[in-house]
Design a protein around this ligand. Structure first.
Ligand SMILES: O=C(O)CNC(=O)[C@H](CS)NC(=O)CCC(=O)C(=O)O
Length: 285
């Protein structure tokens, strides 16, 4: 087990063409590696930000054909680092809905773990901003905990952050790091992003790494940015702010056990009878 992890988040304003995103991200990964990053985390849909479904269909490729996945695998190998491509829009081998799929790539260029986003962002916001992610994407069915030299690595994506049971399950299964690559909206980001991510860190005694999309995209979307690296006590170690760029932090993995030793909320959890409607509860007395 390795004690310290230098992690970087790459924050971008993703574009509608895969090649343009690769050209944007490549030098940022190299910069992070030059600064000593062991692991570089990329945002959600970092190969393709395209709300228009017809245009999206034209661009999206299978895993075997996606040029971004190939480029990130080659870079991981060349630079000898881990790369977490937070998610890529991938055309599945069968069915017509896409996968919103995260890839953890090891320093030998092999894919160590894959995760399909479980919770679909089907919401209507106040400002007539409306999303139906499940029209384009088929949700995943499996939580994924990857093995890394730094311990268990729990993989989430974006809207998953609002479903704390997923991360409790990952922590229970051995996660020391939780990840939340994202493409968060600006209104929900302003109101909820920091609080939700810090809560997932605190309640699970885990580091949280969240690489984010930011700014005004060509497809009309506006995203919140503020990629975050958070320690298990809930302290923000790095915040990328609203614009493109990279952030780095050194994670002292011993901090996980230290924090869990002080507040053992994972251990103090109990089984309990489920809630029942109030009148039934009264009738039972
Ligand atoms: O559209 C795609 O191609 C990929 N999917 C996304 O970008 C998804 C659905 S639009 N975005 C989120 O989950 C934002 C969640 C969020 O902002 C919140 O929970 O408040």
């Amino acid at each position: 087990m390795t004690d310290t992890l230098r992690v970087a988040c790459v924050q971008i304003t993703g574009k509608p063409r895969v090649e343009d995103n690769i050209a944007l991200i490549d030098p940022m990964i190299r910069e992070a590696a030059a600064k000593g990053a062991d692991l570089v985390c990329l945002p959600e849909i970092c190969n393709l930000v395209q709300k228009n479904r017809e245009e999206q269909q034209k661009q999206v490729r299978t895993e075997a054909e996606d040029p971004a996945l190939a480029a990130f695998r080659a870079l991981a190998k060349e630079l000898g680092i881990w790369i977490h491509a937070g998610s890529l829009a991938i055309r599945p081998e069968e069915g017509d809905r896409l996968a919103n799929r995260g890839f953890l790539i090891a320093p030998d260029g092999t894919i160590r773990a894959k995760y399909d986003k479980i919770h679909m962002f089907d919401v209507d916001l106040e400002n007539a901003e409306s999303y139906r992610e499940s029209f384009s994407y088929r949700p995943g069915e499996h939580a994924v905990l990857a093995e890394t030299p730094w311990g268990g690595y729990g993989m989430g994506v974006c809207y998953d952050v609002r479903f704390p049971a997923l991360f409790r399950d990952l922590a229970g299964a051995g996660a020391k790091v939780l990840t939340m690559p994202a493409c968060f909206t600006q209104p929900t980001g302003k109101a909820h992003w920091h609080v939700l991510l810090r809560a997932r860190a605190i309640e699970n005694g885990c580091f949280v790494i969240a690489a984010a999309q930011c700014g005004e995209h060509e497809d009309g979307r506006k995203t919140y940015g503020h990629s975050l690296i958070i320690d298990p006590w809930g302290e923000v170690l790095a915040d990328a702010g609203p614009d493109q760029g990279i952030i780095l932090a050194d994670l002292d993995m011993a901090r996980v056990d230290e924090v869990r030793g002080m507040v053992p909320s994972l251990k103090n959890g109990r089984d309990y009878a489920p809630p029942v409607p109030l009148d039934l509860a009264q009738a039972g007395e």
